[in-house]
Write a protein that binds this ligand. Structure first.
Ligand SMILES: C[S@@+](CC[C@H](N)C(=O)[O-])C[C@H]1O[C@@H](n2cnc3c(N)ncnc32)[C@H](O)[C@@H]1O
Length: 349
């Protein structure tokens, strides 16, 4: 089956190599996308999820049109024909995507609006229950998903899933834009600190990640030789230790609830540090950002996913993603495998 995958711009070849490891053959790529052939089930079985894919569309069909009106008509006809094969009850998702060119982006937006308008006229009930956005996996969702590749060309799919990446809203109080990364990681992992949780934030300055945990009622120990900024600096639930994050060890005998780590260091050093935290069960959950630097991202993923030497032996849950807000980085989100006693009553993924 043909599969269309989107990635962050500049990471198409990395994604093509990543999916090759899942038995998918890449058949070409363009700005922000890769076309592949293979069994989509392999993708959903990938340990930790695909890291460099954003949206995944099954079996896209090509459509061509000579004019905007023709384009809208072709899209409505395709949708109606698809509906003829089954019934949709309740709300259903749709999305219109395009890549690269800003002009094509604006055109795609207006195409979407005109398609919705035409749908309202033809099938008002269906139009009312339409919900924009591709639902987050791990399963594929049925809907209407359009990738506009040119002013007269698109690919249309009826099954898609998102890997959860999304643009988050900035908090004007945050000392840094890194705040957005942690907010997005919490959204994808579907798990966040709660009131009273204990959080260790390694490489915390100037304090965006700490703010994100404090806002949820957690208490935070921030480890960084650099200065924190307000409102984090003098928050009553905040302790700042000017220390080396690579040498810091938690004092509590029982695991802290969260390890957050955004230390600016080579990925192998941070992975070594994380392995130490996991081996010793010093935390229950973790969110760790890895700066790729010169490391081959696909080799790095293989190391993380390795069934014996990687992180899996220590984890009950693990997600790997290049976030919307990541640059040359990836983010690891996990829950540590604890003994029965430690796990009791945690109620987390
Ligand atoms: C990308 S910034 C962190 C931004 C932070 N997460 C935020 O939301 O504001 C990286 C931080 O890592 C810190 N850092 C680098 N090496 C460190 C080390 N060995 N120990 C502690 N902090 C370190 C730097 O001082 C810097 O503040």
């Amino acid at each position: 089956m043909k599969i269309f995958l989107t990635s962050k711009e500049g990471f198409e070849k990395v994604l093509a190599r990543e999916i090759a490891g899942c038995g998918l053959k890449s058949e070409g790529h363009g700005t922000g996308w890769v076309m592949a052939d293979g069994d989509p089930a392999f993708l959903t079985q990938q340990a930790g999820g695909l890291c460099f894919a954003c949206d995944i569309l099954q079996n896209p069909q090509d459509i061509h049109a000579e004019s905007v009106n023709g384009f809208v008509r072709a899209l409505v006809d395709l949708f109606t024909a698809h509906l003829g094969t089954g019934r949709i009850d309740g709300s259903w998702p749709y999305a219109f995507l395009s890549f690269g060119d800003e002009k094509l982006g604006r055109y795609t937006q207006s195409l979407k609006e005109r398609w919705l308008e035409a749908l309202r006229k033809k099938m008002s009930r269906m139009a009312r229950s339409a919900q924009e956005g591709i639902p987050q996996g791990p399963a594929f969702a049925g809907g209407f998903f359009v990738v506009v590749t040119d002013f007269n060309k698109a690919r249309v799919s009826f099954k898609a899933m998102s890997q959860g990446q999304q643009r988050m809203k900035m908090d004007p109080q945050s000392p840094s834009r890194s705040y957005l990364k942690l907010e997005e990681a919490f959204h994808i992992f579907e798990c966040t600190p709660k009131e009273g949780d204990r959080v260790i934030d390694l490489g915390a300055a100037p304090g965006g990640w700490s703010l994100s945990a404090l806002k949820r009622g957690a208490s935070v120990i921030a480890i960084d030789n650099g200065p924190l900024r307000e409102p984090v600096k003098s928050h009553p639930k905040m302790v700042h230790l000017k220390a080396d994050a690579l040498k810091y060890r938690p004092e509590a005998l029982d695991p802290v609830d969260w390890l957050l780590c955004d230390v600016l260091e080579a990925p192998e050093i941070i992975l070594g540090l994380l392995r130490q935290w996991l081996e010793n069960k010093w935390c229950r959950h973790f969110i760790v950002n890895l700066k790729l630097g010169r490391r081959d991202p696909v080799a790095l993923l293989a190391e993380i996913r390795d069934g014996t030497k990687g992180l899996w032996p220590y984890c009950q849950a693990l997600s790997l993603r290049q976030l919307y807000h990541d640059r040359e980085e990836i983010t690891l989100m996990g829950t540590v495998r604890m003994s029965g006693k430690d796990q009791a009553g945690q109620g987390r993924p």
